[in-house]
Design a protein around this ligand. Sequence first.
Ligand code: ADP
Length: 386
Amino acid sequence: MTYRVGVIGAGQLARMLTPVAVNLDIELKVFAEAEGASAKLATTVVGDYTDAEQVLEFARGVDVITFDHEHVPQPVLQRLVEAGVAVRPGPQALRFAQDKIEMRQKVAELGLGQPEWTRATTADEVQAFVDLHGGRAIVKTPRGGYDGHGVRLVSSGSEVADWLAAEVLDQVGGALLVEEAVDFRRELSQQVARRPSGEMRAWALAASEQVGGVCAEVIAPAPDTTDDVAEQARHIATTIAEAVEVTGALAVELFETNDGRVLVNELAMRPHNSGHWSMDGAVTGQFEQHLRAVLDLPLGDPEARQPVTVMVNVLGGHDGTEHEQALVRALAEVPQAKVHWYGKSYRPGRKMGHVNVTGFDLVETRDAARDAARALGSEVVDSLSV
Ligand code: ADP
């Protein structure tokens, strides 16, 4: 029997499910917003993911529904569940990846570490929080944000006046999330995968660096990590996965503070950019593990294959013939690089692909991955810390 998995959304995450689906003889179907999306390698149905009837029709042709993004509205998800569709992760878990205020409330209830926070619907409320927290705060739109869109560092409530306008506020969840601006040592990501029957496996803790709010580089396992920090990160991710019954891959983005505390930043319930290293750096990569988990198949071994893997995103670059030339250069210059290209058209700073290099020496491995990303035209490699 061939398993059939339906993926809502057809970006690069759906695309990267395709090779592992081929290996396991899983039939993959994607529900795309438009023709020609990144995941065009899989069988594609074009439709509107906010329309319950269209999504239900798509779901009838598969065994399980999963996601490339977290934007499917709760009423659509509920409708699928009521119709008997296996939705993984389910709506009860996805809420906490869809709405950052609901996530903060849940993390508080579970007693896990997080930045101080409040919700605000007026500039005065934002200002009051700023005044109590050293004159600055991070303000976020609870819904619909990605890659730093919907995140602002402010020193005054008036800097988010546009988000407080009634029609915008309504769209982003009815209130803004205001957080203490954490003075972190670095950002970490702990990924786990959980299947409906409860089995859970965790990858190595990864360290990530963002440039302009966008993930630019990931190192796994995170170098210079104390056992205590690794233990806190794993405890946080497994506690959340169990408490809200996540099925599939869960990435918990974390801050490590200078005094060794680990705080939750946000949750992603799907394969995640911070887990791309595992495609080449772990025995079982996140895309294969996600498919196994949503199908309730035994999970694979997530152990790292080598002492270090570095993933560098290609942000910007080229498309067309220019890309072909750049690809030849990258392959020639860094033969150990594993290039993953998403087949998208060029826009400045856009996530066009990524490069993984695994090795024994952190600096050599990191430099090789950066060289390959630079050869592919990445526009931010030189902004990364050394
Ligand atoms: P997105 O949903 O766009 O990924 P995040 O909540 O992950 O938004 O925030 C994007 C980036 O902004 C984070 O990776 C981090 O660098 C910075 N950031 C977010 N929240 C805070 C915070 N409370 N303190 C300091 N920096 C933050």
